[in-house]
Design a protein around this ligand. Structure first.
Ligand SMILES: Nc1ncnc2c1ncn2CCCCCNC(=O)c1cc(-c2ccc(F)cc2)cc(O)c1O
Ligand SMILES: [Mg+2]
Length: 214
């Protein structure tokens, strides 16, 4: 019967990656998506930028918006200090189900809390539900048209502080122009972009990095 792309990605991990070895899980997904079928994981080129930002920030609290199959979740979780709190929000229950298994295969299930639901519903509840004051790092990789509204919502809910770092995937492709316009013109943000390519392609893309200076 029909096997979904996310199921094929999970099978590739279970077949080719070593349990408890995050790097082999990342490699298995990248090999599948560059050799067999494209999928919207952040990919290895942007993944290395993500790794460098996570290592530089060394965050005690991280929020990821948009888990998908857990590829970036595994990259981030494998670099966090033991005391870190990492929440990843996924809207689609089928993606969440695959992501849980990919994260478990990497042996990182104790480092991540995968929460199912829409970012706009969950962001206002995070402080009380998870005992988090502010996020040191936020990785935006969900609906591109929600990047701006969710950033404003996080500001309103007091989840961002001076020095919080927001890293946004896909600001060129598919694009988040209103978000880029807002953070570039706001005096509260210092922004920087990393030139890169859309995952597994040669298409021009950027990962948008910015710190809150306030
Ligand atoms: N917790 C939550 N709250 C709200 N929405 C939520 C959510 N959790 C999930 N979603 C819903 C996100 C659905 C996927 C978002 N990502 C994307 O749409 C995406 C698309 C491309 C792409 C590029 C070129 C193409 F030709 C085609 C596609 C590449 C990427 O790297 C992408 O991240
Ligand atoms: Mg993306």
């Amino acid at each position: 019967q029909f096997v979904s792309l996310r199921q094929r990605i999970l099978s590739a991990v279970q077949k080719n990656a070593t349990r408890g070895d995050p790097r082999s899980v990342i490699r298995a997904i990248d090999q599948f998506c560059s050799q067999k079928e494209w999928a919207m994981n952040v990919g290895n080129e942007k993944g290395c930028i993500l790794d460098s930002v996570v290592s530089e920030v060394n965050p005690a609290t991280v929020l990821e918006l948009g888990t998908y199959c857990g590829y970036s979740t595994v990259r981030i979780a494998s670099l966090l200090p033991p005391y870190a709190k990492f929440i990843t929000l996924e809207f689609n229950p089928d993606f969440a189900a695959v992501a849980r298994q990919v994260i478990a295969w990497a042996g990182l299930e104790d480092k991540v809390q995968l929460v199912e639901g829409a970012s706009s519903d969950w962001i206002p509840k995070i402080k009380e539900q998870f005992g988090i004051k502010t996020f040191d790092l936020v990785f935006l990789d969900h609906w591109k048209e929600h990047y701006l509204s969710d950033t404003k919502l996080m500001e309103e809910c007091g989840l961002l502080r001076k020095g919080s770092v927001l890293l946004a995937d896909n600001v060129i492709c598919p694009g988040a122009p209103d978000y880029v316009e807002y953070v570039r013109s706001s005096p509260r943000y210092k922004s920087h972009y990393f030139r890169s390519h859309l995952e597994y392609t040669k298409a021009e893309e950027n990962l948008w990095y910015l710190g809150i200076i306030e």
